[in-house]
Design a binder for this molecule. Sequence first.
Ligand SMILES: [Zn+2]
Ligand SMILES: [Zn+2]
Length: 211
Amino acid sequence: MSGAISLSMMALCQKIRGFVLDFSPSNDQSLIQGANSAASPDQSLTPAQWEWQVRVCVQACYDQAERYFLRHFPRPEVSFKLRGGHAGVAEPGRQRLRFNRQLLLENGQPFVDEVVPHEVAHLLAYALFGRRIRPHGGEWQSIMRDVLGCIPKTRHGFDVKKAARQSFIYACQCQDREHALTIIRHRRMGQGQVYVCRVCRQPLRFVRQES
Ligand SMILES: [Zn+2]
Ligand SMILES: [Zn+2]
């Protein structure tokens, strides 16, 4: 990402971040430095604060879109339970955005700046043009570029080695609990090994693979 075009969205998110979480003024220099520090894990915020950054950026994208199109868009539910190599998923049917919490915590601000506009643009494109458009077609690209001021990249460059290791999702009887298993454990399950949830004591059952 060259930074120049996407800076406006990032600046928007950073501006809100500065307002919500600290009182130090953000200037252009600090924004540019932030854009170049993608490789090192960002531990300046707690996991809960990073989730908050994502929510704030979702809001900022919607605000931007509503100013641009002069109409209201329903806000999506935001979840952080996506696992595997995907950074984010937009589910227009459920009006939901799912983000990969591990990749968020490993990558911090570059994740927020890159993944949030990408996924919000999917929901906006479907809301504006219906479900029959191509996911990364002209409608989506134009929303990324013209509305959110971002480069319409279709693939992220985050290191997924660690995140992809635990991509076999199992469920138990607990409400709202998922278990992410490694491929080794997944294979053992296939060979008859039983794993139980420590909380509800029920055997895990396979739900899906996220890779
Ligand atoms: Zn996409
Ligand atoms: Zn359980």
